[in-house]
Design a protein around this ligand. Structure first.
Ligand code: SF4
Length: 362
């Protein structure tokens, strides 16, 4: 271990006193650290924490997760979003169990060949699990480093990305990469926050170029957000006596493997009832009678907004087919809890279970 530079010494001293006590930090089980890192991508610690605890209680080892059906994993992930993370974790763990004797490999290149492990995750696992001198840049680290070194330019560009990785690698204290990465993550979460960083409390304030230049609120630089498209979707909730038609989305892609009341795009000027009749016929091969609206649900993804117009429909004729999906089935309302649902579809279920019909925004 070499001598620490002054900013790194101050950072690590701050981390020793103020670092967050998180359950996976005490654990030295590589698999537990892996699960925590996957959950923390795109998700705040407070939200991820109960999911992590339930997940590890249910599948405490790689072998147990590898043997679990994907449907169960998605059900456990329900509400956490970004479901590709769960699918990739499951796939990755199965590969490690099958081909590596349930041992994560101790080098970055081999880690990156595992499904779902990208540059950040490989760095995080290499430093936290194996103590290798590897940086791991997540959103928090990018922001802190962009300010610490006053890195200008579009934060999403490859050039800025490379400059940040270079700064992180140069700053990295040999033999202390795990603590260093976690200290910067915590600094970004608690002090160097996105809006109005708390520079007066910051352990590296005397080293911070953005603060010296008075530009800490302007960095990292962002390009203007593109306007995201907003789609209107007709969702016929088709009843055949006491059962309702549900479908599982294709395994890959948006909400892959999750269940839904299958629907389709509405046409301009079309009523929800007419759109539901048309979609049921065109996409599902069913003739239905459209009845009462159930709910209108607004939902935002990172790249688009959707409004679901759910309408109660009565089955009239036809055999259900759903070419876009892997499975369709008729299910009783009491059975719906067994399946993994995206948040917006779950709102429709709540109304079906007796909740109030309303416009729901998320
Ligand atoms: Fe962030 Fe302010 Fe600390 Fe600089 S001084 S790293 S801007 S909190």
């Amino acid at each position: 271990m070499g001598a620490l530079t002054p900013p790194v010494r101050r950072l690590l001293a701050w981390y020793a006193r103020h670092g967050r006590a998180l359950p996976w930090r005490g654990a030295r089980d590589p698999y537990h650290i892996w699960v925590s890192e996957v959950m923390l991508q795109q998700t705040q610690v407070d939200t991820a924490l109960p999911y992590y605890e339930r997940f590890i209680a249910r599948w405490p080892t790689m072998q147990s997760l590898a043997a679990a059906p994907l449907d169960d994993v998605l059900k456990m992930w329900e509400g956490l979003g970004y479901y590709a993370r769960a699918r990739n974790l499951h796939k990755g763990v199965q590969l490690v169990v099958r081909e590596m004797g349930a041992q994560l490999p101790g080098d970055v290149a081999a880690l990156r060949r595992i499904p779902g492990i990208g540059r950040y995750m490989a760095g995080a696992l290499a430093s936290l699990v194996f103590g290798l001198d590897e940086p791991a840049l997540d959103g928090n680290l990018r922001r802190v480093l962009a300010r610490l070194f006053a890195v200008r330019g579009d934060a999403k560009s490859a050039a800025v990305e490379e400059r940040l990785w270079t700064h992180a690698r140069a700053l990295l204290p040999r033999g202390r990469a795990g603590d260093f990465n976690q200290a910067l993550m915590d600094l970004g979460a608690r002090i160097c926050v996105p809006r109005r960083p708390r520079c007066l409390l910051c352990p590296v304030q005397t080293d911070c170029r953005a603060l010296a230049e008075g530009v800490q609120d302007e960095l990292p630089e962002k390009t203007a957000k593109k306007k995201v498209p907003h789609h209107q979707l007709a969702v016929p909730v088709v009843f055949k006596r006491e059962r309702v038609l549900i479908a599982q989305r294709p395994a890959d892609g948006l909400l892959g493997g999750m269940w839904e009341f299958p629907g389709g795009r509405m046409k301009r000027g079309e009523s929800a009832e007419a759109a539901c009749r048309r979609v049921a016929h065109a996409a599902l091969g069913l003739t239905v009678r459209a009845g009462e609206p159930i709910a209108t649900v607004d939902h935002a993804f990172s790249h688009m907004r959707v409004t679901l117009h759910a309408v109660r429909c009565e089955y009239a004729s036809g055999e259900p087919n759903a070419p876009e999906s892997e499975r369709v089935r008729w299910a009783r309302l009491s059975e719906l809890e067994r399946f993994a649902w995206p948040v917006a579809q779950r709102k429709i279920i709540e109304v079906l279970h007796g909740g109030r019909k309303k416009r729901i925004r998320e």
